[in-house]
Design a protein around this ligand. Structure first.
Ligand code: OAD
Length: 238
């Protein structure tokens, strides 16, 4: 892996237009399980598969059950940014990294100090009334019991994108813009199988596509540089 790390270090040193695109693997070293690894969220036992529970139709039909799972498994308590989050924030401060595009909903990039963060799947740190749109403090959802209700009677929901729901258009356009213009695109900690997010790398036009992941992804053969390793460890060396 040393040779790959050297190359990544050189590419980072030589660029002021790096874009990072990541997923759940970026936060595992902060103690948050990813979705698809053997000890990930999708390999635990519930009455329904997690993909079903975090879908729009399930939320509409069984909000109690949705909230039990959501508070137990998706709300993150006490997690701290790891070396990957911290180094990415530093690269932005150094004027080298333009944006972090993430599928994560844990807010750890912002906690690390990153400013330009595009949250494709929303955030567990925000919530709003489904009916009237009123915003509520995050505790209204995360630290309450049962189904939280707005003054207007509507259900308060987390600002996260559920299965069957579309991604925010403006976010997508921004992400595509950054990726299209990027000199170095670093993709890390994502299985690259959930669309449309995974399709974003198709917009990259450069010749420095870096994939940093613990396991294989369907896009490995397209990488100009493949780094197989833990992302926090990798970023602590570049
Ligand atoms: P996945 O769980 O599908 O993939 C995480 C990837 O990160 C796996 O390929 C792991 O091998 C890798 N990984 C884990 N720890 C790592 C580490 N320390 N360093 C490097 N790689 C590591 O998560 P995502 O690709 O983010 O969507 O999943 C995409 C979407 O599926 C999520 O945003 C979520 C989920 O359903 C929604 O909830 C809408």
């Amino acid at each position: 892996m040393n040779h790959e790390i050297d190359t990544l270090r050189e590419w980072i040193a030589g660029s002021d237009n790096i874009v990072f695109f990541g997923g759940a693997g970026v936060s595992t070293e902060s103690g948050i399980p990813d979705f698809r690894s053997v000890d990930g969220l999708y390999h635990q036992q519930y009455r329904y598969p997690p993909e079903t529970i975090i879908s729009h139709s399930f939320f509409a039909a069984n909000p109690e059950e949705f909230y039990r799972f959501y508070r137990d498994k998706l709300v993150v308590r006490g997690a701290r940014p790891n070396r990957a989050h911290l180094r990415l924030a530093e690269l932005e401060r150094e004027g080298k990294l333009r944006a972090v595009i993430t599928q994560n909903i844990d807010g750890l990039h912002q906690a690390a100090g990153s400013r330009e963060v595009i949250e494709l799947h929303g955030s567990t740190l925000r919530c709003y009334c489904e009916r009237c749109g009123k915003r509520y403090p995050v505790e209204t959802v995360n630290d309450s019991e049962g189904v939280p209700r707005c003054d207007c009677g509507g259900v308060i929901r987390p600002d996260v994108v559920l299965y069957e729901e579309g991604l925010d258009e403006q976010n997508l356009r921004k992400a595509i813009g950054y990726i299209r213009e990027a000199d170095v695109l670093i993709v890390g900690g994502t299985s690259l199988i959930v669309y449309p997010a995974a399709g974003l790398i198709n917009y990259y036009r450069g010749n420095k596509l870096v994939l940093v992941n613990l396991s294989e992804t369907p896009r490995d053969s397209e990488a100009d540089l493949l780094v197989r390793g833990r992302i926090g460890e990798v970023f602590s060396q570049v």
